[in-house]
Write a protein that binds this ligand. Structure first.
Ligand code: HEM
Length: 554
């Protein structure tokens, strides 16, 4: 049996599996009713908002809005929240404090990588319009600094932020203090060492030479072991959990933690993949880092934080499960669409195009669920909740990037935009617009719980939001338009190649400006984060921990 036949078989099984799953849901064979969506609330908590990133006034406004729209009457107290169930409150405090060390280790590291990685991106961007900029040292040349940028933002920022948020969410979702958090802290150490050594190797010119897999495999072992250590608390806590039903976010987070080590080890194993097959494995891995590693973490976080901030269960729990299983079934072979028109057998390419288009199913399921939870009467909550602003923007951009991706896989469109800056804009729409925005919002929610204090300078959150939203808007729009013009020129046999280069210049300059705003937003975010970590901001403990008056001043 050829690889292609296996691929086609897996596709057929996926379609069959999805129909079976939907049939089982329809027959009520799964526990997927509205009560399953309530599992993230303690008893008596549904209808009450939770927004640790907001001020007391914002929380009160959020609670008033929630009470106004609530099906059940919920008393809005002067502080916007009152935890009426002392047992539930104590349990919640214990869950939050159990993941403190692990979450802080990952989140603080991720922010350092975010700053370093995005500065490297800015340098790479400037080089594309000023080729003589910083050329005196080999480690600052485009090939190295671009690659360092990619590895720092993917493995340093995005992965470590996702792990920190996942480790913090698990005890809450499983209503059980985190078991084995020390394994995760050791994992953070190894992961950091792997990224630091990997980026140093890349800057020194030593790489494995495949995109997204540049870190030499000898160093990659540190990342693989670090990641495996993070899965230990997941499984230990799952085994000892106090809830029977697993909320949809647990499905996403557990799957991500299981899928990543498999992807990484299979793709990294040395001396096994050669030639065309190596290219297939390369893009199978690279696309799945986004789809089966970062996407499930981002979606799992959005499913939790949107519901929690609004104090209401998600729109349709059954649909959320369809979204999860359709992602699991269709994503894994979509990555070959990066190799359309190459030496890969044509029908392998076709299967990947079909699977890319099938991705519309989970995307719509997730989109309807996320957007309807907010749209039905709660849109004005965006004015009062810093967390929601980032997370909702991220989830809207998830819908856009996924629909855009499905189109890009179609051969007629792929011919136009392949090898152009359009692809870079698309990559940033996914990793920045969707994923990073959700991580920013999640970190704003989580950190006051991790450190038991409020964000010290709330205005900086607003600055952060607008700098990165506007900066990214400029980045994406200009690069998308520039990419299409570049593609048109590349396809025109009467035009010299240089036309496709010069046409891009103003768009690349605009991208650098957008990137500058994004980096400014990251610097503000990092300053705010570490100011809070260094004991700035009002302390919150006891009832004040949830939403009362600060117990201690600055
Ligand atoms: C968290 C923030 C960021 C993430 C997650 C991110 C992600 C990525 C990814 C995935 C790629 C590879 C794209 C591809 O091969 O198609 C890339 C390339 C690149 N990024 Fe970023 N990026 C971030 C921030 C920035 C910033 C602030 C800039 C500043 C302008 C920037 C500039 C670039 C450049 C110039 C490239 C290379 C493009 C090329 O090869 O033509 N990135 N980035």
């Amino acid at each position: 049996m050829t690889i292609g036949a296996l691929l086609a078989l897996s596709f057929l099984i996926s379609v069959l599996g999805l129909f079976l799953f939907i049939w089982a849901l329809g027959q009520g064979l799964m526990r997927a009713g509205p009560e399953a969506a309530q599992i993230i609330f303690e008893s008596g908590e549904a209808g009450q908002v939770e927004e640790p990133a907001g001020s007391d006034a914002q929380r009160m406004a959020l609670q008033e809005l929630a009470s106004l729209r609530s099906e059940e009457p919920v008393p809005a107290t002067a502080v916007g929240f009152h935890f009426a169930n002392p047992k539930g409150f104590a349990a919640r405090e214990a869950q939050d404090s159990s993941s403190r060390g692990a979450a802080f280790a990952f989140l603080s590291s991720s922010i350092v990588w975010l700053v370093l990685g995005s500065v490297a991106g800015l340098i790479a961007s400037q080089k594309l319009t000023s080729p003589d900029f910083l050329t005196d040292y080999a480690w600052l040349t485009f090939g190295r600094i671009r690659t360092a940028h990619l590895n720092m933002v993917v493995y340093g920022w995005a992965s470590m932020a996702g792990l920190g948020i996942s480790l913090w969410m698990l005890p809450r979702l499983l209503k059980t203090p985190l078991v084995g958090g020390r394994f995760a802290i050791a994992g953070a150490g190894l992961w950091n060492a792997g990224v630091a050594a990997g980026v140093t190797a890349i800057l020194a010119g030593w790489t494995d030479g495949m995109q997204w897999l540049e870190i030499p495999w000898q160093i990659g072992i540190l990342i693989a072991v670090g990641g495996a250590l993070c899965a230990v608390p997941l499984f230990l806590t799952l085994v000892q959990r106090k809830v029977e039903h697993l909320y949809v976010s647990v499905w996403y987070l557990s799957a991500a933690l299981l899928w990543f080590p498999i992807l990484y080890v299979v793709a990294k194993v040395p001396y096994v993949h050669f030639g065309v097959e190596q290219a297939i494995v390369n893009w199978w891995f690279a696309h799945n880092v986004l789809g089966l590693w970062l996407t499930p973490i981002g979606l799992g976080a959005a499913y939790y934080f949107i519901a929690k901030v609004l104090g209401r269960p998600i729109y349709s729990y059954g649909l959320s499960l369809v979204g999860f299983w359709a992602l699991a079934m269709f994503y894994s072979q979509a990555g070959i669409h990066h190799l359309l028109g190459s030496a890969v057998p044509a029908w392998v390419q076709s299967v990947s195009v079909v699977q890319s288009v099938m991705m519309i199913i989970p995307v719509l399921a997730v989109g309807i669920n996320h957007h309807m939870t907010v749209i039905s009467g709660r849109v004005s909550a965006l004015r009062y909740s810093p967390t929601l602003r980032f997370v909702v923007l991220g989830s809207v951009l998830y819908t856009l990037v996924s629909l855009q991706g499905a189109h890009e896989a179609l051969p007629f469109f792929n011919r136009l935009v392949h090898f152009t800056q359009y692809k870079v804009a698309h990559a940033h729409l996914g990793l920045y617009g969707f994923y990073s925005m959700i991580m920013f919002g999640s970190i704003y929610f989580v950190m006051p719980r991790v450190l038991d204090r409020e964000w010290p300078y709330p205005k900086l959150i607003t600055w952060h939001f607008w700098l990165v939203a506007v900066g990214f808007g400029i980045y994406f729009v200009f690069l998308t338009v520039g990419g299409v013009l570049q593609g048109v020129d590349l396809l025109d046999p009467n035009k010299p190649f240089m036309d496709s280069v010069t046409v891009l210049r103003p768009y690349l300059m605009a991208r650098t400006f957008g990137g500058l705003l994004m980096v400014a937003g990251h610097l503000i975010f990092a300053y705010h984060f570490f100011a809070m970590a260094l004991d700035r901001g009002p302390v919150r403990t006891g009832q004040a921990y949830i939403g009362g008056v600060p117990t201690t001043g600055r």
